[in-house]
Design a protein around this ligand. Sequence first.
Ligand code: GDP
Length: 196
Amino acid sequence: PIFRNARFEISIAKASGLPPPNGAEVAFAGRSNAGKSSAINTLAGHTRLAFVSKTPGRTQLINFFRLNCGAALVDLPGYGYAKVPPDVRRQWQGLLEHYLKRRENLVGLVLIMDSRHPLTPLDRQMIGWFAPSGRPIHILLTKSDKLSRNQAAAALALVRRELADMGDQVSVQLFSSLAKTGGDEVEQVVGRWLGL
Ligand code: GDP
């Protein structure tokens, strides 16, 4: 259970505040309200490790959590919330871009998407920033409890087809924090990234 007993370490608001690289990092990113905080809390077995947004888009910080294995889970600010002033939005996007493009100890990206609205333009932007690193991206299609079996299969197939040209660099699965499904699969994927 890689994510159990994750401990909060530090929050940063700007690239200049990034801690020195220390151990492998696995980042979680996603559109605001996609269910990222709920997914982190579910995986960590913690009700309030990551702050579940009452106001979407409020989490403007990068939050670092230390895992038992020594790696860090890095919770990136949610993006895509329409009511954020343009200058604030530019600042977050700059921070995300910097982190995804340059963080040398970032071994993989877990990208959270609402299974009903996958692959928004900003999701593709995150992929575009991170993919040149050659490192893996694992997509969680969350809130899968809201889909029928057929709709869930269709969502998976659509995302796989859209990203087929990325080959093995990208993997996709269904996830539900509410139904607590999909946790084992994420753990397996991230465990492989960390060599566990
Ligand atoms: P974040 O902004 O990406 O961190 O999203 P949150 O984790 O705060 O979740 C946004 C909203 O979606 C909240 O109202 C959650 O209760 C709801 N939510 C999150 N995950 C799930 C899920 O797996 N199933 C359902 N039905 N709702 C979820």
